[in-house]
Write a protein that binds this ligand. Structure first.
Ligand code: ADP
Length: 163
């Protein structure tokens, strides 16, 4: 039997309910999902890599065929090393579409055997982004219902510590 392993790559800084929904949908389509967290995406991330990983693990504990892993370097290399044949990305709007097509053409150039699959965001998540969450939280707006409860708690703690 052919097993399909797929990677959901991203920085997840922090993970939102929009990401979780994409993972849940992907986990129904593919046999195994790896959430691949870019560990070197920004010089100073909002949340350090270890915290992003542990929050992702807690928030995805209900998805049995999913594991969370960190990686740096090229996604093409990481996919080869982990034996994944598919990359899953979420699409919110036309901006995501333009960004993703150029990114994935480069990926196809580097790894022609890899396929990219796009899941269009459900409308209640289409406006949600990690950057909006960071901004809302830092100005004191409520992020309840937009992120998993463990993320809400972690951000609250971080902001108390920073102030
Ligand atoms: P990156 O660091 O690559 O910009 P993110 O960590 O923000 O990515 O997101 C990872 C993936 O999840 C991307 O494919 C992104 O388009 C998708 N995504 C982010 N937010 C949402 C959302 N609200 N609904 C659907 N997909 C989303």
């Amino acid at each position: 039997m052919k097993m399909t392993k797929a990677i959901c790559p991203g920085s997840f800084d922090p993970v939102t309910n929009g990401h979780i929904k994409i993972f849940e949908r992907a986990a129904k389509i593919f046999d195994e999902i790896i959430v691949g967290v870019f560990s070197n995406i920004r010089k100073t991330p909002f949340l350090p890599i270890d915290e992003r990983l542990s929050l992702l693990r807690e928030a995805t504990a209900h998805i049995k065929n999913l594991r969370v892993d960190a990686f740096d370097g090229l996604l093409a290399d990481y996919a080869r090393q982990s034996g994944a044949g598919v990359i899953v990305r979420g699409l919110r709007d036309q901006n995501d579409f333009f960004y993703e097509t150029s990114q994935m053409m480069m990926l196809k150039h580097m790894a022609p055997e890899l396929e990219s699959v796009y899941l269009v965001s459900e409308k209640e998540y289409a406006y949600l982004s990690s950057s909006a969450i960071r901004e809302m939280a830092s100005f004191g707006a409520s992020i309840e219902g937009l992120v998993p409860p463990c993320v809400e708690v972690a951000i609250e703690k971080k902001l108390q510590k920073d102030n």
